[in-house]
Design a binder for this molecule. Sequence first.
Ligand code: R5P
Length: 292
Amino acid sequence: MADRDGIQEGKNFYLDQKSDNKSFHVKGMEHCDWGMKHRLSRIFNPESGRTVMLAFDHGYIMGATSGLERLDIAVPPLAEHADVLMATRGALRSCISPTFDKAVALRVSGGSTVLQDDMSLEYFMVNMQESLRMDAACIAIQTYIGSKNEAQTLRNLNEAVNQGNQYGIPVLGVVGVGKEMERTSKFFLTAVRTVAEMGAHIVKTYYCDDFEKIVAACPVPIVVAGGKKIPEKDALELAYNAISKGAAGVDMGRNVFQAEDPVAMIQAIRKVVHEGKTGEEAYKFYMETKKS
Ligand code: R5P
C-alpha cells in the first residue's frame, strides 16, 4: 500500500529522452480507438502536435467577469483564431454559430461559484448525451486535489473517463487550485500525475517551477492555463516557457479576453504555440498588430 510517510520524491525524469510517439501525434494516445483519435486530432494540430484553446467558461464560477460581460460581442472575433473553444453549453449555444467549425472542449463539471468561500465542491453535471449533442471534441472536468472535496472531484473525473471511453470522447482533466492550496511544483507533480492516471486524456494545469519534470512525468499531453491577468509581455513569456518545456498547448482565458487588444493577443499566442516564436518575438508581433 502507498504510504504518506517516508515518500521518496521522484528524482530521475530522464529529461534528455523525449517520449516517442510512433504512430499518432498525441502523447500517450497511440492505443486509443479511431473515434477518440479523430477527436484528439481536431484538438491537437497533426502538423505541430499543439493546440491553442480559448477558455471562456469562467462565467460558470465567476459570473459576468471583466472581458466577458457580453459573450456575443467578446467571443466571436476571438474564436476564429482558436483551435478549440472551451466553454459551457450555455455560452456556446448563445454566442457561437453551429456553422462555425471549431473543436469544442465542453465544460461539464460545476457546482460552486465565487459566492462560496470554498469553491472546491463540484459534480459531473452535464450528461454524455448532451455532450454528444453539443458535438464535444472533449469534455472538461475540474479536480481539486488536496482540498476537502478531492475525492468527490476525482470521482467526477473517473465517471467522466468511464463514459468518455465508452463513447470515444476524450476527457480534459483540469487541475484546480484553491485559495489555501499550495502552487508548488511538488503539488503540481502530484496533481497532474493523479489526474492522468485516473484516465484523463489531456491535463490542464498551471505553469510552475520545474515544469519540464511535470511534463516528463505526465503520460498524456499538458495544456497550460493562463491564470489571472498579467501584462501581455509576461503572458507571452509564460506561454513560451510552457511550450519550450514541453506543454502541448495553452488554454488561456483572462490573458486573452482581458488584454488591451484581445484579438492581437490570441494571434500572438498562436505565433508561440504553432510557429515556434519566442515570447519576445510574439510580444513584438502583438505591439505591431494591436489597435492603438
Ligand atoms: C478554470 O477553471 C477556468 O475554467 C478556465 O478555463 C481556466 O482557468 C483558464 O482560464 P484562465 O487562463 O483565465 O485561467
